[in-house]
Design a protein around this ligand. Structure first.
Ligand SMILES: Cc1cc2nc3c(=O)[nH]c(=O)nc-3n(C[C@H](O)[C@H](O)[C@H](O)COP(=O)(O)O)c2cc1C
Length: 192
């Protein structure tokens, strides 16, 4: 099994990266492969509302990383989304990925059906619930199952590495990784 993680941060190796890596480490312990795609340094264009993706299974506009990301989303058993909180919501790059992925999935029903998903947010102080909700909404209207943890999947920090001082937040990420592994194993069990 494989999980694709997408990091919406503008920073390489920042707080969101640490959170995603923490979740992925737990998945790897269970034998689940992981890949993290970082959007830092990339510009993902928003949806052009051309609707040309219908019947094609992917966006027709290929100037940026989106089509590669969506191809990998389709191949993965699970999708892990991470965003820093920007202006009390997800980053613009993550928003662009999700609006295009949502339209492609709407126009080609079933592409993400029965995959597992989880979303995490790095936040200095306010807006993490909106960010987590925005990412979970993407999973929930594309027939995916969503893993949760003991709290909402956020950790506090401003400068890169700060989230590691948020002990509760980091424990929550480890538990999320274990729950996502459990969900993936249950969904993909031969005993269905
Ligand atoms: C453009 C921008 C907007 C931000 N807006 C918020 C915000 O609304 N609320 C907040 O608590 N932190 C905000 N932050 C701080 C980040 O969420 C915080 O530093 C986070 O840990 C960054 O994660 P990263 O290291 O993965 O980039 C903002 C940072 C940037 C660059």
């Amino acid at each position: 099994m494989k999980v694709l993680a997408v990091n919406g941060s503008a920073r390489h190796n920042g707080n969101t990266s640490i959170l995603l890596r923490t979740v992925c480490d737990e998945l790897e312990k269970e034998g689940i492969k992981t890949e993290v795609i970082e959007l830092a340094g990339q510009v993902i264009e928003p949806c052009r509302a051309c609707w040309a993706c219908g019947g094609r299974g992917n966006c027709v506009h290929q100037k940026d990383l989106f089509t590669e990301i969506f191809t990998k989303m389709k191949e993965a058993d699970g999708i892990l989304l991470g965003s820093p909180v920007y202006s009390a919501n997800i980053s613009a790059n993550m928003q662009a990925v999700l609006e295009r992925a949502a339209v492609v999935a709407d126009m080609n029903p079933g592409l993400l059906k029965h995959k597992a998903g989880a979303a995490v947010a790095a936040v200095r102080r306010g807006g993490s619930l909106q960010a987590i909700d925005a990412m979970n909404h993407f999973f929930l209207n594309h027939e995916m199952f969503v893993a949760g943890s003991t709290y909402w999947n956020m950790a506090y920090g401003q400068l890169p590495g700060d989230v590691e001082k948020d002990e509760e937040g980091m424990n929550n990420m480890r538990n999320l990784g274990q729950n996502l592994a459990f969900l993936l194993q249950a969904v993909n069990s031969d005993e269905k």
